[in-house]
Design a protein. Structure first.
Ligand code: SF4
Length: 343
């Protein structure tokens, strides 16, 4: 089977094209990552011999857009079909000065967080590096002539359960002769798998890290996120400290606000304790309704009361109002072709 060109680091591509003059491989990279032209037939300045070689020896397959839904705020969710018939989703969130892609790393997810649409149907498979790079390239070409500025691994899947391919993706897109994507503008979000956080830190590949925390009380977090029964908060916190020693970035704690579950005074107190000695900022995200799940979104009054209490936290806090909720493109709402799944 020909290797997918989007799974290759620039140096790997160069060695595969060693029989051609070096400038040819740079031309190819420019077509793929500079002009977003993905079919050798359309690369007008490549000689026929090289085009034939590329078509015979490499695959240029990308996920295909099957469906596109835009919300009023222009946040757009794309359903993408993969070569084996599986479906994933990605979301592009435009803002005046930035364009963020929320990218998927798996088909489904094994972690079964109780508030998440993806977690409800389990894991089908990991995405390959080519399938993750493919989403980024499709998004970059959609954003043209503007640049895709930010990348968050907060789509379908637990990125650290597919660490090898996520790291390869980061290496590919951060290379100078591809997208030169800044690590400062990349965030990998995890439900909290200590050994994988440590591997990420040890990899030397730079990215920001977000922990999907959602409760700093073990008993509550056990209910929200089953991973917590295996790796409780204390273990996760030491892994975060390890990451912080090796990284120049602060960690982000993501905290989805669910009324009657994690918005009380005891929750703030526990959060203050957990975050107290961590170099971090905290993002609060009002819960987005997922059909068939027993949670509701906070009212404006509940939100304001909570934020008032959260002023006692020592870290920078932000309220991130999820975009794209009307199209099920907001945080926790992505479910691929399993949107209608029932419990
Ligand atoms: S929140 Fe993330 S880790 Fe949890 S089930 Fe959903 S996709 Fe998986």
């Amino acid at each position: 089977m020909p290797v997918n060109v989007f799974s290759l680091l620039p140096q790997e591509l160069e060695s595969r094209l060693a029989q051609f003059p070096a400038f040819r491989y740079r031309q190819l990279l420019h077509w793929l990552y500079g002009r977003f032209v993905f079919a050798p037939e359309h690369m007008t300045d490549l000689p026929l011999t090289l085009k034939d070689y590329l078509l015979e020896n490499l695959s240029f397959e990308l996920p295909q857009i099957a469906l596109e839904k835009a919300a009023q705020d222009q946040t757009t969710k794309y359903s993408l079909s993969l070569t084996d018939g599986e479906n994933i989703e990605m979301v592009i969130i435009p803002a005046p000065k930035k364009r963020t892609l929320c990218v998927s790393s798996q088909v489904g997810c094994a972690r079964k967080c109780s508030f998440c649409a993806t977690g409800r149907w389990g894991l089908t498979r990991n995405l390959s590096a080519a399938e993750i790079v493919g989403q980024i390239l499709i998004a970059a070409s959609i954003c043209k002539p503007e640049r895709l500025t930010n990348l968050v691994f907060m789509g379908m899947g637990e990125p650290l359960d597919n660490l090898e391919n996520v790291l390869k993706t980061l290496q590919i897109i951060q290379a100078n002769n591809t997208l030169a994507f800044s690590p400062r503008r990349t965030t990998v979000s995890t439900c909290g798998i200590p050994q994988q956080i440590i591997k990420l830190a040890d990899s030397g590949i730079k990215t920001k890290l977000a922990l999907s925390l959602n409760s700093a009380i073990n008993a509550k977090r056990d209910n929200l996120m089953p991973i917590n029964k295996i790796h409780p908060l204390e273990e996760i916190k030491s892994a975060l400290k390890y990451y912080l020693k090796k990284s120049t970035f602060r960690v982000t704690l993501e905290y989805i606000l669910i009324p009657d579950i994690n918005m009380g005074k005891d929750d703030i107190k526990a959060l203050r304790q957990f975050a107290g000695d961590l170099s971090c900022k905290i993002n609060f995200i009002p819960y987005n309704i997922v059909p068939h799940l027993p949670y509701r979104s906070p009212t404006e009054i509940e939100l304001q009361e909570f934020l008032q209490q959260a002023q006692s936290l020592h870290q920078a806090i932000t309220l991130r109002r999820s975009r794209g909720a009307g199209i099920c493109g907001a945080c926790g709402q992505l479910a691929g072709n399993h949107q209608g799944v029932t419990p």
